[in-house]
Design a protein around this ligand. Structure first.
Ligand code: BGC
Length: 768
């Protein structure tokens, strides 16, 4: 590799660290360096981008100037490529040309890209297998089109505020759930020889002022909430990391040496390529110096980098390091001569199955579900779901489904009508849609006004006619349901479910499959209740992450606040019983195992998610009431019992202590909690973590912690008495300097040394 670098001129090196076209790297065939094609992304191949590439390659290489393509015509291709009857003759000509280009890539018939579920629906599956299968299908489709890198596989930006326009792209408000699901996306894509990309590093949680918004975030919140999913993807071998638009604590992510070099590479061991978000490199030389290897999109002017090297502002070796990473990436992920054939059936199955696993049944009273009798469907969504959001995660395809048709398949066409309630209607089912948009945060979590009105009117009519009513939420995130929840017998949420959404939901509604999705994000009662309400999206170009680590259920728990539907919530057509929670040991030093027996107590086979939360009973630093540390999705036949076990290590109990600048696990008692959701605790068992930590009692422990422990307090007085010191100093310091180490209190009171008797007695006392 270094041999190639030696042969490159400075200009060539500077060109290699930027893209050539909007979505491709530089083609330097004189050095055997091929161009590599990138494309978004997470829910499928973004054809709008691919079409743009065909055009820019025409411009760059002059391959084909026979075809006219105005911007308007290209725009039409994005929306109506698979709707040719609305295209003009000239547009059809362009379409044929694009088809031909697609065909050249697949080496035969081009196929429409699969539209896979959005990240939020994948989060709701709580199933690493379902996520892997989707990613595997995605990787196969990418490979069939000769794509080297799929952007946003995955997007792991934590769901900080439900109004974030791109909330739907990511998995959850809980970092642990993300660490279990996101790496599967990396593996599934890369197992097909396509590089994955985790984005946007880091803490890219809003669209307002997205280019350059400056975020004030504590190091603890970064470590505990915003970093873990990225770290997990690095551990899974992700090939590339995308650096984000925003600044963290004053430094743009693309210029952040601490973030891109110290944290990502030196601490986590990332050895792949850092690629900037599109247009996120504000200062090319500074970005390279920080560890950003590739600036996108292309074409990128190499001159600023050349100037920086020539003026000595950017050491040549630093540039060469970036070039080397780009070349290593190119060597590893260049495509073979012939692209593999797609497997459409496999894609369809993975997309369908993810919705079976991830659709969440939120309400089911009066036995509305599974449906029986005749159902009247309402809402445009019943004809066409919003399968995906818009922006880079928007998919142009004809692979989709229609709920009216699919429900006719599962319930019988004679039992399904659209838009009318008649005497023999049994159920009224209303689909409401809300799309998610890159570039736009939602102003509130209310449904769009026309959808809300249609919903309220239809529920009113259905109630007046004495019908059962159900609501299908086809939405990008939590919505405010207060206005209609009590008048609704049943509710499902499918989020933005991708091409299998209608078929899977129809099977769930008919009872052909049993719902097992669980919310990966809290549904608050209203937006005003959310932890970030006062700090989103910030003023001007600055936002303060004032809620710190108390995102999502960590906040509602702490405040004992009521929610509409808690994190982890979801219903089934069967019931589950839990018994016999137990642990392998009552005290442990490295790891301990928790067991619980789970029985299907209903009369249908079904899946449930068994969740383990941990709670630090007496914590030294402020902690959430409880945090998810394990979950398992299991399938049980009626009457069947399975023992589920979770192994918890000392490391899993650690929190990031900003004063110490490291992760630390309190010694002492922990509650291991088996729960159905963040608000429904099933059973708890208490275990002692038996180790010494930075928080163990010593003479240097802050007086507050020693004084407040009833076993220790007498020792403080005894030490003072032994040395004939004034015990008033203990009270004074506890009152006014409670974080002062006791050793300092003693010294300031006149002690020359710490009495041995005190040290010996203290070492006997373990923290609770
Ligand atoms: C988005 C990225 C996306 C990129 C390329 C940017 O505007 O933030 O998520 O991957 O464009 O489409």
């Amino acid at each position: 590799m270094s041999e190639t670098i030696k042969k490159l001129t400075l200009e060539e090196k500077a060109r290699l660290v930027g893209g050539e076209t909007f979505f491709a790297t530089v083609d330097m065939s004189q050095h055997d360096i091929p161009k590599l094609q990138f494309l978004d992304g997470g829910p499928g191949l973004n054809f709008e981008q691919l079409f743009g590439e065909f055009r820019s390659r025409v411009r760059v290489y002059g391959l084909d100037d026979s075809v006219e393509a105005t911007g308007r015509m290209m725009q039409k291709m994005t929306t109506d490529f698979y709707n040719p009857e609305v295209l003009s003759e000239a547009e059809m000509e362009l379409r044929d040309w694009l088809m031909k280009k697609l065909g050249e890539l697949t080496g035969g018939e081009p196929f429409a890209p699969g539209c896979f579920p959005a990240g939020i629906l994948l989060g709701a599956t709580w199933s690493p297998e379902a996520v892997y299968d989707v990613a595997d299908a995605l990787g196969k489709e990418g490979a069939a089109y000769g794509i080297s890198l799929l952007l946003g596989t995955p997007n792991v930006n934590l769901m900080r505020d439900p109004r974030n326009g791109r909330l739907f792209e990511s998995f959850s408000e809980d970092p642990y759930l993300m660490t279990q699901l996101a790496p599967q996306m990396v593996k599934g894509v890369q197992d097909n020889g396509v590089a994955a990309n985790v984005k946007h590093f880091a803490a890219n949680n809003q669209e307002s002022f997205r280019v350059g918004v400056s975020e004030t975030i504590s190091s603890r919140a970064l470590e505990e909430m915003y970093f873990p999913a990225f770290h997990a993807c690095v551990d899974a071998g992700v090939a590339t990391v995308m650096s984000a638009y925003n600044s963290i604590n004053g430094v743009p992510c693309t210029e952040n040496y601490w973030l891109l070099t110290e944290k990502l590479r030196e601490e986590w061991g990332f050895d792949g390529m850092v690629v900037s978000d599109w247009g996120a490199v504000y200062h090319p030389a500074e970005a390279i110096a920080a560890g950003n290897d590739l600036a996108m999109p292309g074409p990128v002017d190499p001159q600023p980098v050349i100037d920086a090297v020539e003026s000595g502002r950017l050491p040549l070796e630093t540039l060469e390091k970036a070039v080397e990473r780009v070349l290593r990436f190119t060597e590893k992920w260049k495509r073979p001569e012939v692209n593999p054939k797609p497997d459409i059936a496999l894609s369809d199955k993975a997309a369908y199955n993810a919705v079976i696993e991830g659709a969440v049944m939120l309400k089911n009273s009066s036995g509305i579900f599974p449906l029986s009798g005749k159902t009247a469907l309402f809402g445009e969504g019943a004809k066409q779901f919003f399968d995906c959001g818009t922006g880079s995660a928007g998919i142009t395809t004809d692979r989709t489904g229609c709920l009216i048709d699919e429900l006719s398949r599962t319930m019988g066409a004679e039992n399904v009508v659209y838009g009318e309630i008649t005497d023999d209607t049994d159920n009224v089912l209303i689909v409401v849609r809300q799309i998610g948009m890159e570039g736009n945060d939602r102003r509130s979590i209310m449904l769009p006004e026309d959808e809300r009105q249609m919903l309220i009117d239809t529920i009113g009519k259905a109630k007046a006619a004495g019908k059962k009513t159900g609501v299908i939420l086809n939405v990008c995130g939590p919505v405010d349901c207060r206005e209609f929840i009590d008048d609704t017998d049943g509710m499902f949420c499918v989020f933005l479910p991708g091409m299998g959404g209608a078929a899977a939901l129809a099977d769930l509604l008919a009872g052909n499959a049993n719902p097992s999705g669980r919310l990966p994000v809290t549904f608050p009662l209203c937006i005003e209740d959310t932890p970030t309400y006062l700090n989103f999206p910030g003023d001007g170009k600055h936002v303060i992450y004032g809620e710190d680590i108390f995102v999502g259920y960590r906040y509602y728990d702490k405040k004992h606040a009521k929610t509409l539907f808690p994190f982890g919530y979801g219903l089934s057509y069967t019931t589950f019983g839990y018994s016999g929670i137990r642990v392998s040991a009552e005290s442990f030093t490295d790891e301990v195992t928790v067991y619980v027996d789970v029985t299907n107590t209903g009369d249908r086979a079904g899946k449930t998610v068994v969740s383990l939360y941990v709670s630090d009973v007496v914590s030294t630093i402020r902690k959430p009431e409880k945090e998810l540390r394990g979950f398992r999705k299991i399938e049980l036949q009626p009457g069947e019992t399975q023992t589920v076990s979770f192994t918890v290590t000392k490391k899993m109990l650690a929190s990031y202590d900003a004063d110490l600048g490291c992760w630390e696990s309190d010694e002492g008692y922990y509650d291991f909690i088996i729960a159905n959701s963040a608000e429904e605790i099933i059973d708890t068992v208490r275990v002692y973590g038996d180790w010494r930590s930075a928080y163990s009692f010593t003479a240097d422990t802050p007086i507050k912690a020693l004084f407040e422990d009833e076993r220790v307090r007498p020792l403080l007085f005894a030490a003072f008495e032994e040395l004939s010191l004034d015990i008033g100093a203990i009270y004074d310091n506890y009152e006014y300097n409670s974080f002062k180490p006791f050793s300092v209190v003693l010294r300031e009171a006149g002690a020359e040394s710490i009495p041995d008797s005190f040290t010996a007695a203290l070492s006997e006392i373990r923290r609770d």
